[in-house]
Design a binder for this molecule. Structure first.
Ligand SMILES: *Cc1c(COP(=O)(O)O)cnc(C)c1O
Length: 446
């Protein structure tokens, strides 16, 4: 796009000026529609998501037999959810705002195997690929006990195949760990943002890590190219994959069961607001999609991005999605939130979520660190910087702009019944010394 077109974009969408100035912004999606009106246009159906859940259930005996940390949940990869009343008080005081309703955190940081939200979509897509290969070879039938996959016959079989992926770190971890365990050859193409410990951990598991000095989009592009020339190689395409997205979406049914167990109602009188840290969009998009399938208009989903990487937000505001990147607007895509350091959003996710997402906002890196340290102090919960992006959501929703949205949805009388969920997307695998450094940074930031 040439300069004149960018000039007119800024005229049409005044918020872009604020985004370019790297200010924190809150955006309400003008294209948000009621679920009833878009239900029949959805590309991924409830059956598709159920099918994914069934597949994960088939694999549970294998997961249980190979990852002992999943024993308690019988091989199901799921995370806890928890009330955080002390953090709520801290946030209200620190930001001088009253938060209406209840505050919860969904701890995908503690998802087994990969320690981040990527344990949903990433592991799911590898399992689906592994199942297809074995079914086609006649090694497996869907009625088998899948623990048989934990054997030399299967490992030898998978060793003829390669799996490749481009990543800022966590997707590489999830794909690398599960693929290596199954017996695949794995190549992870890591962007410059990827933390050293993530590369070290993968190499220790026998994964080939290819390092790039450029950002995420380039690592994906190179990985895709290299994979395409090898007929035995399968590329996990974070920018376009429906399988990844569907794997993430299973979170909807799972969360519903958890909230029921906690006796937390979600209905017209008790709306649910969910805040999801967003990189390329697949993780938060898939989870939000799964939640909309379960709760329809009673759930309101918001994406959260760093002020230096507002890729999805710019794509949604302009409607240009993957045709634009933050660098086009003079924004540098440099953030400590490595999981969110994505300059060009997924076009597939942006279009899929165009009418389903309630809004989006940006958050400053300094605030991520402050929330990180506060969450340790108040609730003894340890997260990586990216995973704190959701915590600004309840604050924005309690501001005058947020209340405007709540009014428009006819929810003003129900505002004290709101359940807010900050989706904490990663952190449990972070080495202690690095976590200590994060903690200290947050402690000294004003
Ligand atoms: C990947 C990631 C996200 C965002 O997921 P996308 O699919 O890239 O949008 C959020 N938080 C953490 C910790 C991540 O690793």
């Amino acid at each position: 796009m040439d300069d004149t077109n960018f000039y007119s974009l800024e005229k049409d969408f005044p918020l872009i000026k604020e985004i370019k100035a790297l200010n924190e912004v809150f955006w309400i999606n003008p294209k948000y529609e009621s679920f009833e009106t878009i239900k029949n246009k959805l590309q991924i159906s409830e059956e598709d998501v159920k099918d994914a859940e069934d597949r994960l259930n088939r694999f549970a005996p294998y997961i249980k037999s190979t990852f002992p940390e999943t024993n308690k949940l019988n091989g199901i990869i799921e995370s806890p959810i928890s009330r955080i009343p002390n953090m709520k008080k801290y946030m209200e005081k620190d930001l001088e705002t009253k938060i209406f309703g209840n505050l919860l955190v969904k701890l995908d940081s503690n998802l087994p195997i990969a320690g981040s939200i990527k344990a949903r979509g990433g592991i799911y897509e590898v399992l689906k690929h592994a199942e297809n290969l074995a079914l086609n070879e006649g090694l497996l039938s869907k009625n088998d006990n899948y623990s048989k996959i934990n054997s030399n016959i299967f490992r030898n079989f998978y060793s003829k195949y390669t799996i490749q992926v481009g990543s800022t770190g966590n997707l590489g971890l999830s794909i690398g760990i599960i693929s290596a365990k199954l017996g695949f050859k794995v190549k992870v193409h890591m962007s410059a943002d990827a933390k050293q410990w993530k590369k070290d951990l993968l190499r220790s598991k026998g994964v080939e890590v290819v390092e790039y000095s450029s950002d995420y989009s380039k690592a994906v592009e190179e990985g895709r190219k290299l994979s395409d020339i090898d007929p035995n190689s399968y590329f996990i395409d974070d920018e376009n994959s429906k399988d990844l997205f569907t794997g993430y979406a299973v979170a909807g049914f799972r969360l519903q069961k958890q909230l029921e167990k906690m006796n937390i109602l979600v209905d017209e009188e008790h709306p649910l607001f969910v805040y999801l840290p967003c990189g390329v969009g697949g993780g938060p998009g898939g989870v939000a999609y799964g939640l909309k399938l379960v709760y329809g208009d009673n759930v309101h989903c918001f994406f959260a991005e760093p002020t230096h990487s507002p890729a999805m937000l710019l794509g949604l505001i302009t409607g240009l999605h993957s045709e634009i990147c933050v660098q086009d607007f003079g924004i540098d895509n440099k953030t400590e939130a490595d999981g969110l350091a994505v300059g060009r959003p997924s076009g597939f996710v942006g279009k899929t979520m165009e009418n389903l997402l309630s809004g989006a906002y940006t958050i400053d890196d300094n605030r991520l660190y402050r929330f990180l340290t506060a969450l340790v102090n108040e609730e003894n919960i340890y997260l990586e910087p990216s995973a704190l992006a959701g915590f600004m959501g309840p604050i924005f929703l309690s501001s005058s702009e947020g209340l405007e949205y709540i009014k428009k949805q006819n929810l003003i009388d129900q505002k004290n019944n709101i359940t807010h969920i900050c989706w904490a997307t990663g952190g449990s695998l972070i080495p202690k010394d690095i976590m200590n450094e994060y903690y200290k940074i947050g402690k000294y930031i004003e």
